[in-house]
Write a protein of this length. Structure first.
Length: 210
């Protein structure tokens, strides 16, 4: 089936992936050109269009505007600060929102290598995030995929890029992450990164007192 066929059938394709995936059901629908809402195991956040004997899922694309960008100047040398992002013991001391801990961090620091972080909230059960390293350029850049191991329906895999730039004896930290599926998930991650960077500042303060 072509995109033009769906358009002719009267379906609005704005903001939809142009790749159509057939979803065949045991009880095939005989109705042509009828839009239905998915139930059961259908793809999340998608319109399902029944055309003939097949169903097609039109996947909604996240808005390119749902991307996080934060900058913060940290009073530490860039080479030392890069280590706080790639050494498990250092990362555990500042990672996560205020009140969270990271009891286990596994890092395979190489392009294509994976990582996994166990996060413990102040209350409730632990949860995990994981991903793969995409780019490692010490001490200026680190990029990796980010996905929740126990996701909510609105969680999608995102790409994180950390850039470090020397500024008058300090380091400007730039964090980019996206693309998020919803405004709510963008806001949640923005708060998490702000808390984490504040904790990173506290870690740097402890370096200066040693």
């Amino acid at each position: 089936m072509h995109v033009e066929d769906a358009a002719v059938a009267g379906h609005n394709l704005d903001g939809l992936d142009l790749t159509l995936f057939p979803l065949f059901e045991q009880s095939r629908r005989q109705t042509d050109g009828v839009r239905t809402r998915p139930s059961g195991n259908a793809v999340l956040d998608a319109d399902v269009v029944a055309l003939g004997h097949a169903q097609y899922s039109l996947r909604r694309l996240p808005s390119p505007e749902l991307t996080l960008h934060l900058e913060r100047v940290v009073p530490a040398p860039r080479s030392r600060l890069f280590g706080a992002f790639v050494e498990a013991a250092e990362l555990a001391s500042w990672w996560g929102p205020r009140g969270f801990t990271s009891p286990a961090i596994d890092l395979d620091l190489r392009v294509g290598g994976s990582y996994r972080i166990t996060m413990q909230p102040p209350e409730g059960d632990v949860f995990h995030l994981a991903g793969e390293y995409v780019a490692i350029d010490p001490p200026s850049r680190l990029s990796y995929t980010f996905r929740w191991v126990e996701p909510t329906p609105d969680d999608v895999e995102t790409l994180v890029t950390i850039s470090l730039r020397e500024v008058d004896g300090a380091t400007e930290v730039s964090v980019e992450q996206g693309v998020f599926a919803t405004e709510e998930r963008l806001a949640l991650h923005t708060q998490g990164w702000n808390d984490s960077l504040e904790r990173l500042d506290q870690l740097v303060s402890s370096w200066r007192t040693v």
